[in-house]
Ligand binder design. Sequence first.
Ligand code: HEM
Length: 351
Amino acid sequence: MLKKIIDWIDERVQIIEVIENHLTGHMVPANLNLWYSMGSVLLAMLFIQFITGILLLIYYVPDVDKAFESVTYITNEVPFGWLIRRVHAMATNIFIAVLFLHMFSTLFMGSYKKPRELQWMSGSVLFGLGFLAALSGYLLPWSQLSYWATTVATNTVGAVPFIGDELVRGLRGAERVEQATLSRFFALHVIVVPLLFLGLVAAHLFFMRRTGISSPPGTMKEEVEKIPFVPHFALEDLKVIYFFLGILFIFVFFYPKLYFPPDALSPADPFFTPPHIKPEWYFLANYEMLKLIPNKFLGVFIQLAVALFLFFLPLIDVGSERHPLKRPIFLTIAILGVLAFIALTVLGEIL
Ligand code: HEM
């Protein structure tokens, strides 16, 4: 039956040729390591976010008087609503963590170098988009936690020189976080960000297919044995995807309080600031840096400079050597950068 359907389609649009060109006949280096599966894990997480997000949208109401009630209804009344909501919230954290892993691994393996500059640059924008998705979604439940964490997070934008206050007002749509903020974060989260994701991921994968995937540093692509992408490498990808799904479900079933602490269980109250409100873990490094550097101007300047430096890295670091151990200056800067990021995150958590 399936064969008949495929033959029917093939007769019209030669689908078998497409499958052979892009899947079974698409050859990749046989010595690809685990890190090369991170992109597929990100695709899997994005897929989960799209499906669970659409399901949540069926009951969610983007109105300050009804938002909290609607997510409580999803959690307590809708069949499996609690599961869908927990998966959506936890998968965001896994997605951001894997974004870091994917970025750091392509950084250390020198995958951003010629001819993959465009892939790195499109990836950098996807990185920023991941954060925008997380920030905009966080406010939607309109709980004490989401309200105040968004107030703190949007406040940090105020440190931008000259136009900081305008930016905060533009982001919030008002002086403080209120209905205008919820409406624009909702539009961002359910339309703008997903559309940008689709377009940019398509571009990212297009670049990957045009340049071909790199072989790990230290091996010459021409000398490496090749295996078909489907089924051989796709099964390797699947193993790593299952591993991260395992982590996701451990958190979903056994540690839900990590993501839903008590402040997430009461509706937003603009007149009561809970003690110890902090942004999510992935914003802590930026937050802590702005707190530690007394001159706000300098704090924001350093962050913008780091972001621009990372975006343009393939145009700055143009040497052809990809092996990290043969690039001591790069390795020192990269390790110091990662350590600084971890230290700031830990400080943000404990201070
Ligand atoms: C939604 C986010 C993203 C998705 C879905 C995604 C997907 C992928 C996929 C499927 C691959 C091929 C397999 C692999 O090497 O993992 C890949 C490769 C790559 N990605 Fe991403 N990516 C994302 C974000 C990023 C980010 C944030 C960066 C870095 C700033 C980045 C830079 C690269 C580079 C340089 C490669 C080439 C690897 C090579 O051929 O050695 N990507 N990406």
